[in-house]
Design a protein. Sequence first.
Length: 138
Amino acid sequence: MVMLMSNQRVTEVFNDGILTIKTQTTLRSDTGKKLGVTDEKLASVRFRNMSIRESDITTMQALDSRIAKKVKSPMHPICRDFNNDKYFAVIGGNQFNVIYVDSDNYFAFWYLEKVGEYSERTGKETSNDSDNHDQKEA
């Protein structure tokens, strides 16, 4: 028989994977011209998969979203004032939009909507406009 003191918390294990929180940053020249897009990593947290309840599905449908994954992680400071429009999540090779983050002082519940496969964007977009222009003149 295991007895817990009333002031002790049960230790949870978050070993289902790593959730990476990223934001998209636009690179611009001195004149303001768009040079490209890069993804900036803000944080990584370990998570545990949670089952999606019927009430979760109903709530997300009210927000016009389709929940694909629900995960639980230790509380991260970014969850306190989380802006869904600025951030997205990457788990494995998949990109997710963060629909909603429900948090308390210890844990955060992430409601995620799958966008698709994730490929890292690291800087300048390749533009072949000047190459095509040179070929047309020749």
